[in-house]
Each structure stands twice: as structure tokens, then as C-alpha cells.
Design a protein around this ligand. Structure first.
Ligand code: DC
Length: 230
């Protein structure tokens, strides 16, 4: 079984995808982590992020490894770059910011999409299924998925969630600044030429604005069971 969850930052999709995978007893694939690992490699090798050919060559050259864990172990994904663990390094503010410049590069996406399909097939073989989360999982990577979801929330709610996360991490930034970043980033993500953030064909859309995470996971699990009763 393949389930895809796409949506903008702050829609709650990462937590929902991890918890849904636990609930269904299948694997969780965090594709954003792969774009982040590629970006970390570019930073470490001092590649000019405007040089798209160099970025595409880099992604072909590096080895991005994901240990997606097993259902029941808490859903922590470990990320490796050329064999060395980078799970924490890819979450820095610098990597977050620069990933939004690396992810739109066509040569980078081609490589990582192929890599995601390989990992997905392997997880289906080994564990029986995967919840794959990102921006283009239902539209590009797994268009024939068994169930496709698009999670959204109002910019204000997404900014509030993001602001709380950043404050918890000790970052000093105002709610208004976060809201401005979210609105700007949304415009760029939805209008970019390559893999724009769109609602995939046949995806079910959920606005999580007024919902807590348990209600979101319940709703997703019910929709999957309707399609694949056990
Ligand atoms: O979900 P995240 O914040 O870890 O994603 C990191 C970046 O990668 C973000 O800029 C969106 C981008 N991304 C993408 O373009 N396609 C995906 N399938 C996953 C993430």
C-alpha cells in the first residue's frame, strides 16, 4: 500500500504522516529530508547554488541514505550523507533556507524522484507499505498511490504553529515575520515552474486549521480504511 501526503509547510503533514504510518503499521518516508541532505552536501562542498548543473552533478555523486525505522519504534527517520549521520545537521535554519533554492532545480528533482521511487518500492517489499510525505508525492512520484491526501491550513494558523516551533527552538522571530515568510514562500512554491505545489489528481483535501493532530490522523486513517478495508 502506498499513501501520499502533500501540502505546504505548517499544514501538519509531517506529524500526521508519521502518526498515520504508525497507525497503519507501515513505513514513513520523509522526502523533505532528502532535499535537505542534498542541500547540506552542496553547502559542505561550497557549491554555488545558482549553478544548476553543478547541483545536478552533485546529487548524482552523493549517497543519501534513509533509515525509516520500523512501525512501532516512534517513527524517527535517520538520515545519512555518504555513510555519515546528518539527522540533526539537516534541520538547521541555514539548510532550511537554502533547500528552498536547491529543491526547484530540475536535475536535482529528477535524481531524488528516482531515489524516492526506489526507496518506496523497497519499503513496500520489506514492510508492506509506505506513507510518503512531501510536496509532489501524489502528483509526480507516486501518481498511482492507493490513497492521496493534500493537507492545508490558513496562513495564519500555519504561521502560529511554525512560530511556536521556532520559539521552542530558541529562535527570536515575531509572529508577523513568520507570517510574511509563509505567504512569500507559498507564492513561490505554488507558482514555480518545476513541481509546483498543487493538489494531485484524485487527492482528498483536508483543511487542518481548526483540528488537533489526533483528529487529523483519525480522519486520514478512516479514509484509508474506506479504500482498503482490512
Ligand atoms: O518538508 P520539509 O520542510 O522538510 O522540506 C524541505 C524543503 O524541500 C522545502 O523547501 C520543500 C522542499 N521539498 C520539495 O520541494 N519536494 C518534496 N517532495 C519535499 C520537500
Amino acid at each position: 500500500m502506498i499513501v501520499t501526503i502533500d501540502g505546504p509547510a505548517g499544514s501538519g503533514k509531517s506529524t500526521a504522516a508519521r502518526r498515520l504510518a504508525e497507525r497503519l503499521g507501515i513505513a514513513y518516508l520523509d522526502t523533505g529530508a532528502m532535499y535537505r541532505a542534498a542541500t547540506l552536501a552542496a553547502i559542505r562542498r561550497r557549491i554555488d547554488l545558482a549553478d544548476h548543473q553543478a547541483l545536478a552533478d552533485l546529487v548524482r555523486d552523493i549517497d543519501i541514505g534513509l533509515d525509516c525505522g520500523r512501525p512501532g519504534d516512534g517513527g524517527q527517520t535517520r538520515v545519512f550523507l555518504d555513510g555519515l549521520e546528518v539527522t540533526r545537521d539537516i534541520r538547521s535554519a541555514e539548510v532550511s533556507e537554502k533547500t528552498s533554492r536547491v529543491a526547484p532545480v530540475p536535475g536535482v528533482r529528477n535524481e531524488l524522484v528516482a531515489h524516492q521511487r526506489r526507496i518506496g518500492a523497497e519499503l513496500v517489499r520489506a514492510i508492506g507499505g509506505v506513507v510518503s510525505e512531501g510536496r509532489d508525492q501524489g502528483s509526480v512520484v507516486f501518481p498511482d498511490a492507493d490513497a492521496k491526501f493534500f493537507l492545508d491550513a490558513s496562513p495564519e494558523v500555519r504561521a502560529r504553529r511554525r512560530h511556536q516551533e521556532m520559539a521552542a527552538d530558541g529562535e527570536t522571530i515575531t509572529y508577523e515575520q513568520v507570517l510574511h515568510q509563509i505567504v512569500t514562500r507559498d507564492g513561490a512554491d505554488r507558482s514555480r515552474a518545476v513541481a509546483p505545489l498543487i493538489v494531485p489528481d484524485n487527492a482528498q483535501v483536508l483543511d487542518t486549521s481548526g483540528m488537533d493532530i489526533d483528529a487529523v490522523v483519525d480522519w486520514l486513517a478512516d479514509r484509508v480504511r474506506e479504500k482498503r478495508p482490512r
